[in-house]
Design a protein around this ligand. Structure first.
Ligand code: PLP
Length: 423
């Protein structure tokens, strides 16, 4: 069952707590996460990859609230980061540097230096130029950098184009065509400032079919075996994230088939395996609560104007993503289609289009379901709106993870130059 569900009176609740109570107490809009749901998903993922002794690094770009990172850290999760800002957050949440993997195509010299200074577990390099940069920075610092190569095995993950990363025409990874990867890996092994730690692959996100994983993982395995047969050390294989979730029904993700595939391919092959799930751990364990401001009957359709917008949850606008939208109160009979939109001045600012909705009125609470991943993490200050605060429900009580930043704080960060000579 989804962590968020209707109680016996058909009120939307989480862990025995009414969502209407949370919105009354904390205001609107607000993100609400279920600790029990996160624990359940993370534990199920760990269990699914336990036959191959997989180490799980949470892809924290999906949700980087410190309270969530600390919870996942407690469950034994490391972190997959894509920036130095994320490194700072991972460490602030109590994660050990050695449990952090640094991904991304564009790490600057300063980023690499900071990662090596703190003793990062592994850097996943994505180009020959990056490997050269890591080598010279490590040499200057007098350290040995742990580096894996992220490879591009040219697999179409069959997902939205903006979250596909596995094909040759994306910016990600080093092509396994020709001999680029093996030559570079050999070079790393010969480099006194680098310790090669293996290979990594991540072909995309929201992948709902196992075939692309099988194709990519088989290619990765074949390459790893080739390198090992050539006498090179290949201790780790990092299999990335990307497992899709059921947005339509907001049901917990079942990792059994994914785990079985990984076991079939990698069991007893002699590699240590790492995983980087993000979305599948957190998406269905968070919701965005919003209040209806107005209902407007347009010429051709009904608009439900809510106080959450694209600056709080960008996914509908950016990816045409579908999030179920439920009333917090017991749902009445459906009274026809409606667009649920926010106050931001863009036609693309919507939470849901053409939804069958009951009658709702100003002040009513709504829940945008399955908003835990790439929701709060992508929020912005657009239209000078302060993004929604975040709370997590732990054993039936709500805990504030992050307050909404007062607009005054944004203003205080800014400076007005001396403009007197324009007078
Ligand atoms: C985004 C990302 C992930 C997580 O992907 P999900 O679809 O959220 O599981 C994992 N690894 C890398 C390198 C990523 O960029």
């Amino acid at each position: 069952m989804c962590a968020f569900h209707r109680d016996d009176n058909h009120q939307l609740c989480v862990d025995g707590l009414l969502l209407s109570n949370i919105i009354n107490q904390y205001g609107s809009p607000i993100y609400v996460y279920s600790a029990a749901g996160i624990i359940d998903a993370f534990t199920k993922f760990q269990t699914a990859v336990s036959p191959v002794n997989g180490k799980v690094h949470f892809a924290m770009k999906a949700n980087s609230a410190l309270g969530i990172l600390a919870l996942i850290n407690k469950l034994g999760g490391g972190m997959d980061i894509v920036s130095i800002g994320e490194l700072a957050r991972a460490l602030a949440a109590g994660c050990k540097p050695n449990d952090v993997v640094f991904s991304g195509v564009g790490k600057t010299a300063a980023d690499i230096q900071e990662a090596l200074t703190c003793g990062i577990g592994q850097i996943n390099a994505e180009s020959a130029a990056e490997v050269a940069a890591i080598s010279s920075i490590a040499a200057n610092m007098g350290v040995i950098a742990p580096v894996a190569l992220r490879v591009n095995v040219n697999v179409d993950p069959g997902t939205h184009a903006k979250i596909s990363t596995g094909q040759l025409d994306t910016k990600f990874g080093i092509s396994t065509n020709q001999h680029e990867v093996s030559d570079l890996y050999q070079k790393m092994a010969d480099d006194p400032h680098i310790i090669p730690t293996g290979l990594a692959v991540h072909i995309g996100s929201q992948i709902s079919n196992l075939a692309p994983f099988e194709q990519a993982y088989s290619a990765l395995l074949a390459l790893a075996i080739d390198l090992r047969d050539a006498g090179l050390p290949v201790p780790n294989l990092d299999l990335g994230g990307g497992v899709g979730v059921d947005y339509k029904n907001a049901e917990p993700t079942n990792f059994d088939a994914y785990g079985a595939l990984v076991k079939k391919l990698f069991k007893d092959q002699g590699f240590k395996l790492g995983f980087e799930p993000g979305r599948s751990i957190i998406a269905n364990n968070g919701v965005l609560l919003t209040r209806v401001i107005y209902v407007k009957q347009g010429e051709n359709k009904r608009f439900i104007i809510a106080d959450a917008a694209m600056n709080d949850l960008l996914r509908p606008t950016l990816y045409e993503a579908y999030h179920p939208i439920w009333t917090l109160a017991a749902p009445d009979v459906l009274t026809g289609k409606a667009d649920i939109v926010g106050p931001v001045c863009e036609t693309g600012d919507y939470l849901g289009l053409n939804r069958d909705m009951p009658e709702v009125n100003g002040g009513d609470g709504l829940a945008v379901m399955s908003a835990g991943a790439y929701g709060a993490a992508m929020a912005s200050n657009y239209n000078s709106r302060s993004p929604a605060a975040e709370v997590m429900v732990i054993k039936g009580s709500a805990h504030l993870l992050r307050a909404a930043r007062p607009i005054a704080d944004y203003i205080n960060d800014e400076h007005i130059p001396d403009l007197t000579h324009f007078r």
